[in-house]
Design a protein around this ligand. Sequence first.
Ligand SMILES: NC(=O)c1ccc[n+]([C@@H]2O[C@H](COP(=O)([O-])OP(=O)(O)OC[C@H]3O[C@@H](n4cnc5c(N)ncnc54)[C@H](OP(=O)(O)O)[C@@H]3O)[C@@H](O)[C@H]2O)c1
Length: 246
Amino acid sequence: MKNIENKVVIITGASSGIGEETARLLALNGAKVVLSARREDRLRDLVRQIGEDRAAYCVSDVSEPDDMKKLVRTAKERFGRVDVLFANAGIMPAGNMSELKTDDWKRMIDINICGVLNSMAAVLPEFIAQKQGHIIVTSSCAGLRSVPGNAVYCGTKHFVKAMLDSFRMEAIGEGSNIRTTTIYPGAVKTELLNTVAPSPAKTAVEEFSEKNAILPEDIAGAVLYAVSQNDNVDVSEVVVKSIREA
Ligand SMILES: NC(=O)c1ccc[n+]([C@@H]2O[C@H](COP(=O)([O-])OP(=O)(O)OC[C@H]3O[C@@H](n4cnc5c(N)ncnc54)[C@H](OP(=O)(O)O)[C@@H]3O)[C@@H](O)[C@H]2O)c1
């Protein structure tokens, strides 16, 4: 596969779902992957499966800026540099605004918004210094079109689109050669709803997902496509969803 061999790719949210399958696929195609999440047992197993010559992990919480700096240090110590950040960690505790689950609102802002910013802040000095890099962020189709039952989540995913659109223009203006890709998955069969308390909003998402979900490896394929393009090619936005999802 062109332009991916030995690239060092940091992946947040790598302990399950989209992040895990992306780690497998990129490593299979020659990348070196540095995995971030909170569940160490999952990360350790995945590194063992991929192979320690191609994978390393750093137990880290995206909402902690120091953890993201530690993650970048791990990548540099283990593989010498960072070429790509896949900022993918996220949560979706579904619920109507009227339920006033304000703790969930805050957690989504901390992880889905601040988590992306913290990881970008940690890699940007590297990318600016080497005049090269690639930032890929997982938004959602909910970042393009809002839906009921998930208002704050939709807001966080719209933030990702807006922020990366502006950053893309800044990077062009500054001539930093930093590529940016926003990925918009539709429903994907992952663990995203596993820890969410039962609610009518959760049931609605589960029913939708049951009918429409594609697989995490389908999103991994889009990340591989974006990473492996020639350096002068920016795959700016990719929407990936089931042929049944409107
Ligand atoms: N599944 C879908 O239908 C769908 C659709 C559109 C967009 N997305 C987006 O896709 C991304 C990946 O989600 P997924 O569907 O693959 O779900 P998932 O299987 O639940 O994966 C979420 C990942 O995020 C990590 N994570 C959560 N909070 C974290 C924190 N504070 N610090 C570090 N890592 C954290 C989790 O690891 P730990 O718990 O081990 O920390 C896990 O690895 C999310 O941004 C999600 O919003 C998903």
